[in-house]
Design a protein around this ligand. Sequence first.
Ligand code: ARG
Length: 467
Amino acid sequence: MKLWGGRFTKETNQLVHNFNASISFDQKFFKQDIEGSIAHVTMLAKQGILSEPEKEAIISGLNGIREDIIKGTLSIDGTYEDIHSFVEANLIQRVGEAGKKLHTGRSRNDQVALDMKLYTRDELIQTKELLKNLLIVLQNTMKENLNTYMPGFTHLQKAQPITLAHHIGAYFEMFKRDYARLSDIYKRMNYSPIGSGALAGTTYPLDRNYTAKLLGFDGPTLNSMDSVADRDYLIEFLSALSIIMMHLSRFCEEIILWNSNEYQFVELDDAYSTGSSIMPQKKNPDIAELVRGKTGRVYGSLISLLTTMKGLPLAYNKDMQEDKELTFDATDTVKGCLGLFTGMLSSMKFNKSVMALSAKKGFTNATDAADYLVNHGVPFRDAHTIVGQLVLYCINKGIALEDMALEEFKAICPVFEKDVYEAISLKTCVEKRNTIGAPGKAAMEQVIALNDEFLRSISENRENLSF
Ligand code: ARG
């Protein structure tokens, strides 16, 4: 059954039908389509546009369709143009005349705008839940590694010592921002387009506030043309998903490096790595590589929708049907990646002694040696040069700064005394960095307490995003 056969004298060309149809993908939101229709007819009956018995018949028919599809006793017929036509036709088969009134005061334009919003809202909530699980794993890893020393890098060169807790804490901040971004988008998108009609509202006395309330929206949208033409919330959502993937991808890149034979900072669990068909010794970080690889695909969805939207005149245009497959693909991809990444991270082992040794070997305490001299009255620029000479001396001898004898220190600069060893130990280098945000234990403990409060607030649904 077509929804629009009346003014046509010929059958649609089969290729045209196939090209135009969206049922192969928009069936993904059959539940939201039915949920929206139930709210719409509830409102129509409240307004006296449908009778109570008509409303009851339609709602029980729609509930039956939903149950049967879920049970598998009704399969979605792919010869229909879209999910909206399929549900309406099936409803009419089930409940007869009353079913023909379902579409009163509604167009597919506001219907599809509603369905897509409801679907995206559900996906957004699931994405937040997955981010929360990841944040919990990150926070636990931080708590366990306040004293796990490792080198911090700039330019991928060893720079200054930090702790694993501090490094992981950087990712906590990124994913916390991602979480907050999704909450912002939710707030902005949570207005109901249904009742906007094709583009210019409708002559029926609809109560759009009521339908919006039934569907958990904060209110109705305020311009019927914008309502059917707006896909900003999808672009925002795809943008937030792209940023999540960028963060996951950076983390994956580090895990791939850390898991390499050269670093050996981590060991991936067997359950989260794969082997080679030819090289028996190999244990590959395929999951991390795939997450990194799939990032491009999610960016692609964002650019694709931005490009689709850029030249569209108001109001609805069929181009907008292209919003679906790419959004479905991006949300499924990101949800899959978040779940797998969290599992991989929580099962991964950190080789703490290798990390500490690496920090010790890379002259990561050179800045602290210079600061030692500054604290003993040497101007920083001179101290920088002196420590440069110490480093050169150590490179030639193949030793670390703290392996030098006091006489060797003094031969280059007499200011050094035996308390230099304490001053440039890994522990001191980290522990003295106690401004908020720095790796010192006292500073990290303050951040961890704030993170705990943040996690509590989101678990108890009283989100406090001002951290
Ligand atoms: N399948 C369409 C879409 O996804 C539904 C809306 C159709 N509206 C129309 N006027 N042809 O956008």
